[in-house]
Structures are given as structure tokens and as C-alpha cells.
Ligand binder design. Structure first.
Ligand SMILES: [Ca+2]
Ligand SMILES: [Ca+2]
Length: 177
């Protein structure tokens, strides 16, 4: 997924970083990030999404994000917010089946309606047939990971792969989702 907004200036980022880094350790932990993020409801931000995001920007593999990598993380979150808002056509604060279908086809996925329904069911934590902001990010990251894994086996890019049982098990267990 390609985002193209500019990175904010360092002073601005440092202000945010200090607010998020509650224990002043100089690093943002998953708990601190979770507290700082909002999905637009009073429910806690999806911890799986927080874990995925920390993992993406945690260059030092400490399970935390330093100020150096915080800019990229901040940009990532705000870009997702914009993306989410642009696909939430009716401004309901969540993404329904139609909105997800539009979003995914814009991202270049060719998925049938039943498949999109399956994705909504999987990431609908509220049981309302819609997806919240944090779950939307998780859904897109997981879909991206699954698609990349599939493509590695789909040498001729025809959308079909043949896997032996153990290849399948290996593929699933080596996924970082
Ligand atoms: Ca900290
Ligand atoms: Ca909506």
C-alpha cells in the first residue's frame, strides 16, 4: 500500500513522542502505543494491531519503538486514519461490506463478495457486520501477508498454487500475522 503524505517536523514529533512515552523510558512500548491510539469508540485499540505495528517499526527488535523510528510509525497511523476516513463513505465510523469491497479493490485485490464477507466476519469484533479502524488496519496487514505468501508459491502468477501438506503447514506457521 503506497502512502505519500510528508513526514511532520522533528519538533512536532518529539512533542507527541514524549506524551506517548508515559514512563519516560525513551521507547514506546505496545501498552503505551495502545493507550495513545483511538479507534473512535471507547473500546481498547485492538492489541493485535498494536503488536503488528510495533513489529513493523521496531528496528532494534526490542518490542518497542525508539524516537528514530517513531516518525515513520506516526506517519503510518495518520495515513491509515486518512485512508479509513476516505473509505468510510457514509461517515459511520466503521467500514461495512460495500466499503471494504471498494477499499480492497482500490488496493488492487480482486476478491469476490463472499470472500469480502468472510473478511468482515473475521475482523468484526463488535458483532455488527462492520469493521472498526483498528480492525481495518489488522485486516489489511493480514491480507497483505497472506497474499505475499501465496505469491511466493505462485511463480507464473495465474492465481493458482499446488501445495503439499507439509508445504502448507510450513507456509501457515511461518506467516508473521
Ligand atoms: Ca516507554
Ligand atoms: Ca461506513
Amino acid at each position: 500500500m503506497a502512502f505519500n503524505s510528508a513526514l511532520p517536523n522533528q519538533e512536532f514529533l518529539w512533542g507527541i513522542f514524549q506524551k506517548v512515552d508515559k514512563d519516560r523510558s525513551g521507547y514506546i512500548s505496545a501498552d503505551e502505543l495502545q493507550m495513545a491510539l483511538s479507534n473512535g469508540t471507547w473500546t481498547p485499540f485492538n492489541p493485535e494491531t498494536v503488536r503488528l505495528m510495533i513489529g513493523m517499526f521496531d528496528k532494534e527488535s526490542r518490542g518497542t519503538v525508539s524516537f528514530q523510528d517513531f516518525g515513520a510509525l506516526w506517519k503510518y497511523v495518520t495515513d491509515w486514519q486518512q485512508c479509513f476516513r476516505s473509505f468510510d463513505r457514509d461517515g459511520s465510523g466503521n467500514i461495512d461490506k460495500q466499503e471494504l469491497q471498494t477499499a480492497l479493490s482500490t488496493f488492487g485485490y480482486r476478491l469476490s463478495e463472499p470472500t469480502v464477507e468472510t473478511i468482515v466476519r473475521k475482523f468484526d469484533r463488535m458483532g455488527k457486520n462492520t469493521i472498526l479502524f483498528d480492525d481495518f488496519i489488522q485486516a489489511c496487514i493480514v491480507l497483505h501477508t497472506l497474499t505475499s505468501a501465496f505469491r511466493q508459491h505462485d511463480q507464473d502468477q495465474d492465481g493458482i498454487i499446488t501445495l503439499h501438506y507439509e508445504q502448507f503447514i510450513n507456509m501457515v506457521f511461518s506467516l508473521k500475522t
